[in-house]
Design a protein around this ligand. Sequence first.
Ligand code: MG
Length: 385
Amino acid sequence: MHVTAIIAAGGSGRRLGAAVPKQLLEIGGRTILERSVEAFASHPRVTDVIVALPPDLIAAQPSWLEAMPSVSCVAGGARRQDSVAAAFDTVPQLADVVLVHDAARPFVSTELIDRCIESAWRFGGAIAAVPAVDTVKRVKPDGPDPVITGTVPRESIYLAQTPQGFRRNVLADAVAAGRAGVDATDEASLAEHAGHAVRVVEGDPANVKITTAADWQQAQNRVASASISRVGTGYDLHRLVEGRVLIIGGVAIPFEKGALGHSDADVACHAATDAILGAASLGDIGAHFPDSDPRWKDASSIELLRLAAALVRGAGYRIVNVDVVVVLERPKIAPHKQAIRQGLADAIGIAVEAVSVKGKTNEGVDAVGRGEAIAAHAVAMINGQ
Ligand code: MG
């Protein structure tokens, strides 16, 4: 079965008061749009995904969206139904079922998508909806507090969600009804108007639509409480010898000695790399970038840190912060601290505020204290589901 999913993300909703459209707001490090698109793009029964974006976003697509296979984008229209119609025009002719989903519902589950596909295929049209749990009143305006004119049997009331799924020909009729002048806030209404029976499948109370700032905050709390934090630690030491450049956190520091090693022997990068790899239980720097491999001889350690951060992200984690202590007797690193922080933050791909660098001496004790070596300790915290 060929299933195409349309993600309606054409609105430029700034009701949340943010500087960006609401679909580009983040929840737990990923945008609302990315979560919604990903739910369908990674679903085993969904063949392809069409995202209707605001026209200005078409020209400046997020990189993750461009990189997703089987996902294409179209410019949305003024109303939601216009966006869906524009996307429908690019649905493959051979599609059996077309799903329409609001980008503002990032928590749609695999099972709910399955239920919509099955029922749409069987009956022609089916939407996710939840039964009303509160007693439902009909009211008429009467000053500040409206007056009740009747009580509606709760059993007959369902609240529509998305996905809404249709056989291709049914959605074609719905889109045609919309183009003929029917105004609707969902595709089921248009399909009903076109004379098709639309079924209800069991929706999911967790499949919320993010509309207000409070919704957004709740969504962030929910993801944060479901995520786990992990920490990792890293340590490194190199001898200090003449005739080498002293590199700390990618910054060349003027000094008569430098750290000895196969690579640039950057202790801050090596400790930070081990800390983030350790937090994700992904082994250590030696396992990923062994000295014995000519690829890594003279490698820039800042580049290895960048690669390690990509590995950690690829395993599904978000790097929260890194704290590094550099231990050396001389020189003072204080004048370079800001540059070191920035270098590490850029390599790890986090804000400079999330990176801390501290300098220590070893009070003249041991090899580090005698200026024969430089050492670094690091801890990192990462978040994941
Ligand atoms: Mg090292």
